[in-house]
Design a protein. Structure first.
Length: 294
């Protein structure tokens, strides 16, 4: 079988050497197991030529956007030329273990998975790494649509996911999010609403790098992207209107909570008591210090 890794690159020269090394290791491991790898780099900074360092990397292709189009557009561009049975949307600055793809593919084949999610490491500002799914309760929520609607996204990045190419929703490919930050959240919601099960591999094969960016600012950017796709979801004939309302309510509540004083936090939590209780339960039972405000 073949895996296609799709990576939007935006002025990502400083990440290229590490990215190529990771892809070479994964390509070798897949080849030894009788599989193959295709890597599609989508250059979303077309004013800079994207150079692949070595002629040995014939499995790596470069596609260049005619102008800066954003992450969602670039992922769909890569998907349109992908020839793999499975795809992975990997960010330019994140890290896969050298044998991650062969392990994920083996598990996906064994489970007949449409989506396979591996555990992940979340790099902290001091260089330490936090295991993402730390107990069975949290792992059990990976495929639970209600959790994505009432708590938030349960996957750090699509770089920890192997997705059967032919199940990527047409709606996601045709109705693009214009604001960067949450097109992956949008993808998971559409898949879960369509009844797709996410299988789990309990190995941390992916690392989300700490980028030293402002977390509050990042959350605001992500929220703006969610509001962007909420308008799109209204046109999806299989996504329930009540689920759109719940998601809008949750994002608005958390946005208000983060921006409020102590009194304001109490007031908006009382006004959204059901969401407040659900998020407290999530934080308690998953053992995550970051659960409430994700």
């Amino acid at each position: 079988m073949k895996i296609t890794v799709i990576t939007p690159f935006y002025e990502g020269d400083k990440y290229m050497d590490g990215f190529i090394d990771s892809m070479l290791s994964n390509e070798l491991e897949l080849k030894q197991a009788g599989h193959s790898l295709e890597v599609i780099l989508v250059n979303d900074s077309p004013w800079k030529k994207l150079q692949v360092p070595s002629e040995e990397n014939s499995f790596i292709k470069v596609v260049t956007n005619d102008e800066n189009k954003g992450i969602h557009y670039s992922r769909v561009t890569g998907l349109n030329v992908a020839t793999g049975d499975y795809v992975m949307f990997l960010d330019q600055d994140d890290v896969l273990e050298g044998n991650a793809l062969v392990q994920m593919l083996s598990a996906a084949i064994a489970k007949s998975s449409k989506v396979l999610v591996c555990n992940a490491l979340l790099e902290q500002s001091d260089g330490s790494k936090l295991l993402w799914y730390r107990n069975d309760y949290h792992k059990s929520l990976i495929s639970d649509l209600a959790t994505y609607l009432r708590i938030g996204i349960q996957i750090i990045s699509p770089g920890q996911c192997l997705i059967k190419k032919d199940i990527v929703p047409e709606f996601w490919q045709e109705h693009l999010v214009q604001k960067n930050g949450a097109d992956d959240y949008y993808l998971w919601l559409l898949l879960l609403a369509a009844g797709v099960r996410f299988d789990y591999l309990d190995q941390p094969l992916y690392t989300h790098r700490y980028t030293k960016s402002n977390l509050s600012k990042d959350t605001n950017i992500t929220d703006a992207s969610v509001y962007d796709f909420l308008d799109l979801l209204a046109e999806c004939d299989y996504f329930k209107q009540e689920d759109i309302f719940t998601l809008h309510e949750m994002i608005t509540y958390k946005n208000q909570f983060r921006a409020s004083s102590t009194l304001g936090k109490i007031t908006c939590s009382l006004a959204n008591l059901g969401l407040f209780i659900d998020n407290l339960k999530f934080k308690k039972y998953t053992g995550t210090g970051y659960g409430f405000n994700r």
